[in-house]
Write a protein that binds this ligand. Sequence first.
Ligand SMILES: [Zn+2]
Length: 425
Amino acid sequence: MDDRLTAVLGTLADDEAAWRDLSALCALGGRFAGSESEAAAIEFLATRLAEIGGPVVSHPVAYAGWERVTSVLEAAGRQFPCESLVRSPATGAAGLAAEVIDLGRGAEEDFARAGHHIAGRMVLVRHEYMFATHTVHRRRKYQWAMERGAVGFLIASHLPGDLLVTGSSGAVPGHGIPAAGISAETAAELFAGTERYPAVRLRIECRETRARTENLSLELPGRGEEWVVLCAHVDGHHLAQSAMDNGTGLAAVLAVARALAPHCGGFQRGLRVMFFSVEEWALAGSRHYVERLEPSARDAIACVLNLDSVAGHPALTALTSGYPALGPFLVDAARSAGMTLAIHQPIMANSDHYNFAVNGIPAARLVAGFDRPESNLRYVLTPADTLDRISPRELSHAMKLTAALAFHACQAPELDLRRGAARGA
Ligand SMILES: [Zn+2]
């Protein structure tokens, strides 16, 4: 192994700052975009980046802000806890009264089978493990519901334990139906009676505003013109601490940047460290950044390593976005440091790497627990995404693996990860 990489891995093995960073971020709250918690986290990250060295650049992002006020579900004279999905439209003070149709998981065939029974009703679907090959994303279920004329959308946790579930709805101002997450127990209670389509009233209050946030970057230049982007998203949800998603990515990016910084001047490529916000807003922060890059600036990015939910299970997978050369390169880089990495090549629109990948830039997301529905990552987007679900060992492993990948991406004399990709640069 290269002596510099040995030194970097040694530094990371003794790094106690990463766990402190993760704990500090969790203590600031869930970092919901537009909240004080998000602003405090951005300030914290900017300070930590500045300590690594070099100017920290703030990239302002304007977006359609949305603030949750209240959400209540009533049925049979009782009130049930629920959590409006991000950007759900409000229902008005009287609420939305409708019958509920249970579509089970809410896969495409479930919608097809229910056919014309959906129109005019509120659909109920299930949340599912998000980090898996065959996951059907909540936003697709929401789109199918709207296409078939549903008037509202309920998504129930697939886990027992009175866990509410949240996430983005995919609604945009002027186009959406009210949407809320409920627990598995509430879903069962709604259907405990004899009615096929129980009647409910959903009341959602929210505030829509024009909002601003920022992305952050720090450049650690190499010898040449090219860059490797190492990034993670800042924002989360206020049901919990957003510890796994994505406190782990933030803490690991900081730790790897700190450990690599003394070596970057000698690398072929520089390391551009980035933190994006409004990721939970259908990837808005990174889209804002990538869309504004000149073609030459896009060409100068050799690859992107996006860390999103990198602890909660010891096994790590790289989602390599349809770039066939990227997987083998990353697997070799991991192997050089005595570690293993699984690869999932199809493009997945589930984090910021997607916006780079669809714009011709080889981009991977590192994620823990892919296709491991028993892992602690099943608690992401619930009140149980908390620090105690993560082991320091898992975080440390993610840091070392990321360091090995970033090291090889920065120092390889030649690197063409665009070759063989269906979409050109
Ligand atoms: Zn995430």
